[in-house]
Design a protein. Structure first.
Length: 465
């Protein structure tokens, strides 16, 4: 077999392959054997029909077509390996010559990963937010905990902000009660925004036994998006009572004996959260700077496929779970379809560039992924997908997605290497060191996944969940 590679552009090549006919012998034998099992000829036992009879009865052309279809993938793969090509997607194959007994010639056009030059990235400098925990932050955290331990007690007065009501609801569209428009015994806290728009104004001032009617756009159900007339009956009004902020509350809500100890622990946890956010911000900014340093030509088909995948995931996974369609989502976001398409294209370009550059860095820095690192990553991905680790691992193996997970871990490690070499300062001018190597790599994995669009919906699609 002879092959040659012609570069059409930085991301696409044409392979020209010539195969001497004798190299088709195994595929020809396989073709005769396959046809033998599929046909019957009077006077011959099934599977024992001579080749010359098959040629006479069914045509040599049918045999050659079967043999070529069998042989092409093998010769294409040999040509790819011979040319040391890193191909993307499926090739467009064209048989240019087929001379029985002499020669098979074909061309194959296919996208390839571009050859990238990674410059020195040690000069990257970024600024992140300083970690500060204010008294206001601590008070807010403690107040949220206090809200969780609130109690309610029935009151005989008009409903007001913060009260917990028990409601019966009935929704009508065009004067007809909807099949799924009746609900009874619904618990609702005024001001929570958890039900329909306009309900707070309707129920405030009502006592138990009171009723009101208002119009609102339905957020879900059979008449989602339509204006409905909603009748609400208040069957009970209860006031929320917050526990006093004292040592007794600290003992009730935590393992601490005093309120001061609880506040000190809240301050510590808030600082850890803000440090994690700071590390994430550093990873994101360093990645953005790295992307600016490298010129990355993008394969057109790969980009088009990635844009389509992102749209599909948004419409059929994320929005579907929220009961929205794309038109409604764009209306809520205040975006036109053109703006959405431009934004999706920009995100897809960033995702592909991120993968190409970090994969190149994995090779350049000779980064490896251990079994322990892969297992830990699998556990995190399983948690985000809502599957058990065993279920997720089985789905990954059955879907042939182990290399995908290895790549995700490796790219996270590559970004962590770049961040370590970069200069990261906070808004106070203080130098920031991301000391915990394992945590830095884990954070980097999340940042890379966000850039590449490897979200939960995509994970579900790839694992068949």
């Amino acid at each position: 077999m002879k092959s040659a590679v012609e570069t059409l552009n930085p991301t696409r090549v044409r392979l020209t392959v010539e195969v001497p006919f004798e190299e088709l012998k195994d595929s020809l034998d396989a073709a005769y054997k396959k046809i033998n099992q599929q046909v019957t000829v009077k006077g011959f036992r099934k599977g024992k029909i001579p080749a010359r009879v098959i040629d006479q009865r069914f045509g040599r052309g049918a045999v050659l077509e079967e043999a070529v279809n069998d042989a092409l993938p093998k010769f294409y793969t040999e040509a790819v390996n011979e040319g040391e090509l890193n191909v993307l997607g499926q090739p467009e194959v064209d048989i240019t010559e087929l001379k029985d007994g002499e020669l098979l010639a074909f061309t194959a056009e296919v996208d390839i990963r571009p050859v990238l030059e990674i410059p020195d990235y040690s000069g990257i400098e970024v600024e992140v937010d300083a970690v500060t925990v204010s008294d206001e932050d601590i008070d807010k955290s403690v107040e949220q905990l206090r809200e969780r331990f609130a109690s309610t007690s029935p009151v005989e007065r008009a409903a007001q902000d913060g009260d917990v009501l028990t409601l019966d609801l009935e929704a009508k569209v065009d004067g007809e009660v909807l099949p799924d428009g009746v609900a009874q015994g619904v618990s609702y806290t005024i001001g929570s925004g958890e039900l329909l728009d306009g309900i707070d104004e309707a129920v405030k001032g009502l006592e138990a036994g009171g009723s009101a009617t208002f119009t609102s756009e339905l957020k879900g159900g059979s008449a989602q998006g339509k204006e409905a007339e909603v009748k609400v009956d208040v069957t009970a009004v209860a006031a929320r009572e917050l526990p006093a902020l004292d040592d007794d509350f600290a003992q009730l809500a935590s393992e601490f004996d005093t309120l001061d100890e609880l506040k000190a622990d809240s301050a510590k946890r808030l600082e850890q959260m803000k440090k994690y956010d700071q590390a994430t911000q550093a990873q994101e900014k360093v990645l953005d700077e790295l992307l600016k340093l490298v010129e990355v030509p993008l394969p057109e088909k790969l980009l088009a496929d990635e844009i389509q995948t992102r749209k599909h995931n948004l419409e059929h996974h994320q929005l579907g779970q929220m009961g929205l369609d794309l038109a409604k989502y764009l209306e809520i976001q205040g975006k036109s379809e053109e703006e959405f398409d431009a934004e999706t294209k920009e995100q897809a370009e960033k995702g592909i560039k991120t993968q190409f550059i970090l994969d190149e860095l994995v090779n350049k820095e000779k980064l490896n992924v251990s079994q322990e690192e892969l297992t830990e990553h699998l556990m995190r991905r399983a948690q985000s997908s809502g599957m058990s680790p065993d279920q997720f691992a089985q789905a990954v193996v059955e879907g042939g997605q182990v290399p995908m997970l290895v790549g995700e871990v490796a790219r996270g490690k590559a970004l962590a290497v770049v961040v370590e070499a970069a200069t990261v300062k906070d808004s106070n001018g203080e130098l920031i060191e991301l000391d915990d190597e394992e945590e830095a790599e884990e954070t980097a994995e999340s940042v890379v996944a966000a850039a590449e669009g490897t979200d939960e919906a995509k994970a579900e699609e790839k694992t068949g969940a």
